[in-house]
Design a protein around this ligand. Sequence first.
Ligand SMILES: CC(C)(COP(=O)(O)OP(=O)(O)OC[C@H]1O[C@@H](n2cnc3c(N)ncnc32)[C@H](O)[C@@H]1OP(=O)(O)O)[C@@H](O)C(=O)NCCC(=O)NCCS
Length: 88
Amino acid sequence: MLIGDAERWGQGLGTDAVHTVIDACFGGWNLHRVWLRSEAWNVRAHRLYERCGFRPEGTLRQAAFLDGRYEDVLLFGLLAEEWAASHG
Ligand SMILES: CC(C)(COP(=O)(O)OP(=O)(O)OC[C@H]1O[C@@H](n2cnc3c(N)ncnc32)[C@H](O)[C@@H]1OP(=O)(O)O)[C@@H](O)C(=O)NCCC(=O)NCCS
C-alpha cells in the first residue's frame, strides 16, 4: 500500500483503505484469513495495521535487502472471526 502524496498522510486515508480491503476480503470474498508483510522499520504502517485489527505473527529475519543492507520483515495476520467480533 502506498499513498503517493506524503502531504496526505496522517488524515485517515490509509486506515480507510485497509478497512475497505478487509471488508472486501471477509464480507465480499468470504476469505478466512488475511495476512501481510512489512519491513521492520515501518512503525507508522504497523500502527495502522494494528489499529485495523491485525496481530503481529512473527519476524522473517533479514528477509529484505534495502539500500545496501538486510532488514527484518514482520508478518501480521487477521482472521475473519476477529474482524467480525470487532466490527459486527
Ligand atoms: C503507511 C501509509 C499507507 C499510511 O497511510 P496514512 O493515510 O498516513 O494512514 P492514516 O492517516 O490512516 O494513519 C496514520 C495516522 O493518522 C492518524 N489519523 C488522522 N486522522 C485519522 C482518521 N480520520 N482516521 C484514522 N486515523 C487518523 C492516525 O491516528 C494515525 O496516527 P498514528 O499512526 O500516529 O496512530 C502511508 O504513510 C504511506 O503510503 N507510506 C509509504 C508507503 C508505505 O510505507 N506503505 C506500507 C508498506 S507495508
